[in-house]
Design a binder for this molecule. Sequence first.
Ligand code: AMP
Length: 121
Amino acid sequence: MAYDDTNIFARILRGEIPCKKVHETEYALAFHDINPRAPVHVLVIPKFPAVTYDEFVAKAPAEAVAGYFRAMGEVVEKLGLVAPGYRVLANTGEHGHQEVQHLHFHVFGGRPLGPMIKRID
Ligand code: AMP
């Protein structure tokens, strides 16, 4: 899918829409999810314009890929999630139920999170 820079996260990156910022680096921005599903629910987005994980790692410069994933590690530390544990998750594409068309990893924590995914037979 072609990247459309009118998506809501692109608008947050441009400062057109506010966010509750947790962390920002040259390569990434992290902010609280507007509709939290856990006591800690933060979104980490790359500044590079990509819709999906596979597109991002294929197209972004190596330093942007490393910078993004390092920033996610810094977010986890900053939020105090290292010792108790946490979950990272990227909903991708139609089957992955991706709603916002700019790559984002969810970081969940703050309580035991239960099994990874509901079993659907
Ligand atoms: P998904 O694309 O399915 O991974 O979900 C997109 C996520 O973005 C949802 O958890 C929304 O609650 C969240 N979201 C949408 N708009 C905003 C916003 N303006 N600020 C923070 N989180 C948002």
